[in-house]
Design a protein around this ligand. Sequence first.
Ligand code: NAD
Ligand code: DAU
Length: 377
Amino acid sequence: MQNIIITGGAGFIGSHVVRLFVNKYPQYNIYNVDKLTYAGNLANLKDIEDKPNYHFIKADICDFETMLDIMQRDQIDGIIHLAAESHVDRSIKDPFTFAQTNVMGTLSLLQAAKAYWESLPEKYEGKRFYHISTDEVYGALQMTHPEGIVPPFTTKASSGKHHLAYGEKFFTEDLKYQPHSPYSAAKASSDHFVRAFHDTFGMPTIVTNCSNNYGPYQFPEKLIPLFINNIRHRKPLPVYGKGENVRDWLYVEDHARAIDTIFHNGKIAETYNIGGFNEWKNIDIIKVLINTVDRLLGRPEGADMDLITYITDRAGHDLRYAIDSTKLQKELGWEPSLQFEEGIEKTVKWYLDNQEWLDNVTSGDYQKYYDNMYKNR
Ligand code: NAD
Ligand code: DAU
């Protein structure tokens, strides 16, 4: 495979995937196709923007003609599709944009890939359409526990390994989709379209569903970067409900490594769940963030606990997510590389050391990067 489109490469996870592919595979041409919505930030890719195998194309995935032009002109063999509207709170306020980008955008990309690949003599041979999705499509898990044991408790996943968990059930690949938010409903719909293009037209597709990512370059509307920034500036930390909801956290570079493994070695038409068996209640993570920021800034550890402010719960707030990634670990040998404690320390340090990046995002200046750097290239 030579020519690969990565959509949404200026976003949080996409930028890590682009960086990994550009550095690891100098023989591939990587085309980062991104519309640069509020979530796209080309400064995320400063370190690789001059590499000869990296190409940025500002375009909307919903624009079928442009997608087809790019595929024909650059003779695209593989697509790793991350572009999406990704923030649940925004989807509650504006579901239309989520249906447009996540559903219609994915469909337009699929149709363009179909039109281009079916026009070639070899058709789908050696081609791949890899769709990145979320664990949120499975809905929410309960916080059940064996009698007498207060969660978190140690349990055995199908991997045979023991993990700390807040309930006995995990998200496995065979579960029925039960999305609750407009965001997850739109992602679920896009997953169905991708699978339908395999089943109907024989397109070589793969879908993966990953748990919550954290790490550098995440837009500071999401829990971890928002709260790190607020703690630094001693601003209130708006905790939804009682902070009891559970999320399963994975360091973003581990997700990018999983994407690399699956893109190259995953089986066509398969689904793989990606996660590191790392469940945390929001309130416990928030306390770790406060202690870590305080310590790294030389404040007494825990001094900023009074910033915690409980607010009205998110509408339809899913109680617990927990991924069972046994299939990926057993079949393709992927494992997370970082313990959460190391990952969170690295992440907090990164945001504290890169205050300029954060300030540019919060001030809106990051949106001038394209005009300054690219428009006249
Ligand atoms: P993000 O919001 O940080 O980035 C999304 C990127 O897509 C941005 O660069 C944006 O400009 C681009 N984009 C949006 N609409 C576009 C359009 N119409 N055309 C072209 N580009 C467009 O998102 P993220 O958190 O990096 O998530 C990336 C993908 O991974 C999404 O598909 C998301 O559903 C999925 N995912 C995210 C997480 C997570 O924890 N963040 C976990 C699992 C799966
Ligand atoms: O599970 C994967 C998903 O994780 C991805 O598909 C989404 O794109 C990504 O945004 C993320 O969704 P969440 O809703 O879980 O992430 P968020 O960072 O918005 O919230 C994490 C938890 O923290 C959630 O239970 C809500 C809570 N929260 C969040 C914010 C922003 C708060 O209590 N206060 C806040 O201000």
